[in-house]
Design a protein around this ligand. Structure first.
Ligand code: SAM
Length: 339
C-alpha cells in the first residue's frame, strides 16, 4: 500500500525531527500524490508543492520526485507537439494493439449498448479498441488537449463518438452516468490522481466498472531517475490504494507490457497495468476531498513552466530509447530465455 496515510514515523524522519528545527532542505517543486507529511502525519496543503515554497526535510522525510510534466499546463503543451507524431512514434514502442486487447479485456466491454467514457482518450487509439464491441455513438472521448482530439476526429471508426474537451479531475458528466469508465495512459499527467479516480467512481452507474491503464514505477536506478523527473509512474500498490479509497470494490490489477520485453518490468512501463474496480452503490464517492489544485487555464509562472517543460521533455526522451534497447535485446538473446 502507499505510504500516504502512514501514521507511524519512519526511522530517518524521526532522526531529523529529534535533531531539532531542520534547515530548509530544498525548493520543493514537485507534485505528489502524498497528502500527509510522512514525519508528522499533518496534511500537506496543495500549494506547498508549488515552485519556490521551501520545505523542511521533515515534511517529506526523503527525496520527493520532481515529475516535471505531471501538471496540467505542462501536459497540455507536451501534447501540443507530441500529438503530431503520437500515433506513429509513441504507440508502437509502448502501447500496441495486442496490449490494448489484453488491457481492455477485464473491462467487460461485452454489450454494444454500454455507455462508455474514454478519459484522456487523446488521438483515440484506445477508443478504437472500445468501438470494436461498443456502438460508437455510446462512446465519449474526453481529453484536455484539443490537438489530440483533432487527431481522433480524423479517424473514420470514431466519427460517431462524442468528443469533449475537459479535465479528468473534474468530469463534465452527471453522477451515475456511465456503464464503463476507461482511461489509458493519462493518469501519469494528473496532478492529483486520487481525485481523478474519485471522479471515475462518481460518473459510473451502480455496478459500473472502471478500467484504468497506466504506467508502473521502474526499479532499475537509471530508468527510475528519468521516470521520476518526467512524470508519475505509480507503484501497483498505489493504484490499488487509490481505487479502494475512492470506494471501488473487487479491485483487480492485471500486468501488461510489450511482447518483446519478455516480461521485464525493471525499466518501468508506460503502459504497465490495467486496474479495474466496480462501483457498489449509486451516488458520489465516499472519499471527501478539497477543491482541485490545478487547472489547465489557471495562472502560471512562465519561468518555472519553461524549465520544468524542457527538463521534463529531456527525461521523456529516455523512454523513447528503452523500447528500442529492449527490442534489440530481444533480437539477439536466445528465444525462450529471460532478458
Ligand atoms: C499518453 S496519451 C493517451 C491517449 C490515449 N488514451 C491512448 O490510449 O493512446 C495521454 C492523454 O491524456 C491527456 N490528459 C493529460 N492530462 C489530462 C487531464 N487532466 N484531463 C484530461 N486529459 C488529460 C493528454 O492530453 C493525452 O491526450
Amino acid at each position: 500500500m502507499g505510504d500516504d496515510d502512514s501514521t507511524t514515523m519512519p526511522a530517518e524522519a524521526a532522526a531529523v525531527v529529534a535533531a531539532g528545527d531542520p534547515k530548509p532542505w530544498k525548493a520543493e517543486y514537485a507534485k505528489s500524490s502524498r497528502s500527509h507529511c510522512r514525519a508528522c502525519s499533518k496534511p500537506i496543503s496543495k500549494d506547498t508543492f508549488r515552485l519556490g515554497h521551501m520545505q523542511h526535510a521533515q515534511q517529506f522525510a526523503g527525496f520527493m520526485p520532481p515529475r516535471f510534466i505531471q501538471h496540467k499546463q505542462e501536459a497540455f503543451w507536451f501534447y501540443r507537439f507530441l500529438s503530431i507524431v503520437y500515433d506513429h512514434v509513441i504507440n508502437p514502442g509502448h502501447w500496441t494493439e495486442d496490449m490494448r486487447e489484453e488491457a481492455l479485456e477485464p473491462a467487460d466491454l461485452n454489450d454494444p449498448d454500454l455507455v462508455v467514457l474514454d478519459v484522456g482518450g487523446g488521438t483515440g487509439f484506445t477508443t478504437l479498441g472500445i468501438v470494436k464491441t461498443v456502438d460508437a455513438k455510446n462512446v465519449t472521448i474526453l481529453d484536455q488537449s484539443p490537438h489530440q482530439l483533432a487527431k481522433a476526429k480524423e479517424k473514420e471508426a470514431l466519427q460517431e463518438c462524442n468528443k469533449v474537451e475537459g479535465d479528468a479531475e473534474d468530469l463534465p458528466f452527471q453522477t451515475d452516468y456511465a456503464d464503463r469508465y476507461i482511461s489509458a495512459g493519462s493518469i501519469e499527467y494528473w496532478p492529483d490522481p486520487q481525485r481523478g479516480i474519485k471522479e471515475a467512481y462518481r460518473v459510473l452507474k451502480k455496478g459500473g466498472k472502471a478500467c484504468l491503464i497506466g504506467p508502473v514505477h521502474p526499479t532499475f536506478w537509471l530508468s527510475r531517475f528519468f521516470a521520476d523527473v518526467w512524470m508519475l509512474f505509480p507503484t501497483e500498490e498505489e493504484y490499488i490504494d487509490w481505487f479502494t479509497k475512492a470506494g471501488f470494490q473487487d479491485v483487480q490489477l492485471k500486468r501488461i507490457g510489450p511482447k518483446w520485453y519478455r516480461g521485464v518490468r525493471r525499466h518501468g512501463l508506460i503502459m504497465g497495468c490495467s486496474v479495474t474496480g466496480i462501483k457498489p452503490e449509486s451516488g458520489d464517492s465516499p472519499l471527501q476531498m478539497g477543491p482541485k489544485a490545478e487547472d489547465v487555464k489557471g495562472p502560471w509562472n512562465p519561468i518555472s513552466f519553461a524549465y520544468r517543460f524542457v527538463i521534463g521533455v529531456l527525461a521523456a526522451s529516455y523512454f523513447v530509447l528503452v523500447p528500442i534497447y529492449m527490442w534489440l535485446k530481444d533480437l539477439v538473446m536466445p528465444k525462450g530465455q529471460p532478458i
